[in-house]
Design a binder for this molecule. Sequence first.
Ligand SMILES: [Zn+2]
Length: 288
Amino acid sequence: MGNDGGSIPLRRELVKEKTKEEKADQRIQTITLWFYCALSKQPLKEPIVADHGGKLYNRESILEFLLDRKNAYGDADTICPYLKSLKDVKTLKLTRIASNEADKKPNIQHDIEMPTQFICPLTMREMNGRYPFVFLWSCGCVFLEKALAELKSTECPVCNEKFTQSEIVPINPLPEKQKSLIDTWKAQKKSSKRKKSSHSNEKSDSDGKKSSPPPKDKEDSNKRIKKEKPNSSVKINGTSVSRILEKYSTKNSALDGNAAIKGIFIDKSAPATNDSNFICKNTFNRYA
Ligand SMILES: [Zn+2]
């Protein structure tokens, strides 16, 4: 190998060593991305979900994170700060490798080696990070990217659900691509939220006008109290309040002598009160 006084190491030999190391690093990275949950760092196990950037997670870890954002996982802020609810991830419909095929595969050979669990249902290609895979946001089905592209279909070949090109999400794309996918999705989410909120504002405005018009004058207020159904079980001097109301609602001046009954009606000489106070003040329950 050189440095023994007799020979000088060749550049080729040194560079070869470096490439091997790089390859090992890359392999570890690939396995981490494709076989482990991005959040919990636990081996992926179904139900598996993916976000709009194609990151894979165990659904369970996402639930834990959503329940306790700050404490569930220390590095969540750098991994998926954009996930706010389960709607922000899609549960994947994966095709398991046939059990007899899986048996043929070597099991965990060393620390970083993982057995392949899933395949493309169209080509039977293994989903292990060596080939680009995609999933459909519309249904969650997972395919080899090339196989789906070659179909040139707008219907999922597994479950027949329709999809658009923008609903094809690459799994574990390059970091730059991942970032741009997340940015695009965040922008879309923001604009649809804005549209929704302006729509609901308009709606609640019109609802408000219909459901609770402000009383225009005292006459209106009188009409409102007549509409309210008095509690017929409440009785004053043996007569039900509803009956007394019926009898005297238009000529409450005749009730001057009875303070209790007088209280039920609006004092026309009193200044107009605001709506909520008005309702509470005149409720019949106060006599029950
Ligand atoms: Zn599908």
